[in-house]
Design a protein around this ligand. Structure first.
Ligand code: FAD
Length: 296
């Protein structure tokens, strides 16, 4: 750690926080839970002359449900998400991902906004938010704008946020009733960062035709990403006709589309193979749920 002294700033509103970021630029950082930032600071990956602590800003920590969406404040702790009764039915994959992120101690400190804004390829909250078509509200000193989750991750550790913008809210549309979803994660231990994580979501019409398919993966490319070529194979299919051959085709497409690397957690070959396996498990899980609803 090069700089052991820093200025600690505690803004009282998102706009004030952005004004401070405008003023101090790259020598400043937003601090949410600090579970990622502290490590990056210690390892001199980031410069932290000015620490802009967001955690005292009122009204960035909430989970609110209305008729068509659930809105999650960026400062909401992962532990609050894990236990939220608002995130039910197809949205429960957000809760499941939160429950598999690190340890209870980390979850009590870490925020959903920090997880997304850090933009690690393995971020556990990313695949569920990608398949649920979440939208992100960015705030700056001059106004606000909305960005689709699908356009949020630009490259390794890079997001669509400008230097002087902060993430204020994540809005998740409530999917139609005939939707089923699934979150899966493979790690070396239950508390470890993912070797591979993924989420899938499918919606059918009243005849059982898939009208919406989303498949997203983490830790298999520089950013979390949707595998649109695999989604397209299933789109328009009758759920009662989905067999092993079709599932194999989708799984192989996922294997072809991803660009995994070898690192301390796993080899590229293992990541590719386990991605195929997770795709198969997720599709089988979702189709079983949808077929059950069709027959009931
Ligand atoms: C032991 C350990 C285990 C972990 N295990 C996992 C795991 O299993 N899965 C996983 O996904 N992660 C894991 N992590 C990583 C980390 O805990 C999460 O990414 C966490 O959600 C980060 O949130 P935070 O609030 O602590 O972010 P911070 O560290 O405060 O911030 C992270 C980055 O995001 C920026 N930022 C934060 N909030 C905003 C905002 N609202 N607007 C703009 N920029 C913002 C910060 O400036 C910083 O660059 C682990 C970390 C540790 C230390």
């Amino acid at each position: 750690m090069n700089n052991t002294t820093f200025k600690y700033l505690r803004p009282i509103s998102p706009v004030k926080a952005c004004e401070l970021k405008d003023k101090y630029g790259e020598s400043s950082r937003f601090w949410a839970g600090g579970t990622d930032l502290l490590l990056q600071w210690k390892e001199d990956v980031v410069c932290l002359d000015y620490c802009i602590d967001l955690s005292f800003i009122p009204d960035l920590d909430y989970i609110r449900k209305d008729s068509d969406a659930v809105s999650i404040g960026a400062l909401t702790r992962v532990a609050s998400i894990e236990t939220s009764s608002e995130l039910n039915h197809s949205l429960s994959i957000i809760r499941e991902a939160a429950g598999e992120l690190a340890t209870p101690q980390i979850r009590n400190t870490a925020t959903i906004g920090g997880n997304i804004c850090r933009a690690a390829p393995s971020a556990d909250m990313a695949p569920p938010l990608l398949v649920l078509d979440a939208e992100m509200k960015f705030v700056s000193a001059s106004g606000e704008r909305w960005v689709a989750m699908d356009a949020f991750f630009l490259d390794l550790n890079q997001t669509a946020l400008e230097e002087n913008e902060l993430l204020a809210e994540i809005k998740v549309p409530i999917p139609p009733v005939e939707t089923a979803s699934c979150f899966l994660k493979i790690g070396r231990t239950v508390i470890d960062i993912a070797i591979v994580n993924m989420a899938a979501r499918m919606t059918m019409d009243d005849r059982g035709i898939l009208t919406d398919v989303r498949i997203a993966f983490g830790a298999v490319a520089p950013t979390p990403l949707r595998i649109k070529a695999a989604e397209e194979i299933l789109l328009g299919t009758d759920v009662s006709t989905i067999d092993d051959t079709l599932v194999g085709k989708v799984s192989n497409k996922v294997g072809d589309e991803i660009k995994p690397i070898t690192d301390v957690r796993g080899t590229a070959e293992y990541r590719r193979e386990i991605s195929r396996v997770l795709t198969k498990r997720a599709i089988e899980n979702i189709i079983q749920t949808l077929q059950g609803r069709l027959n009931s």
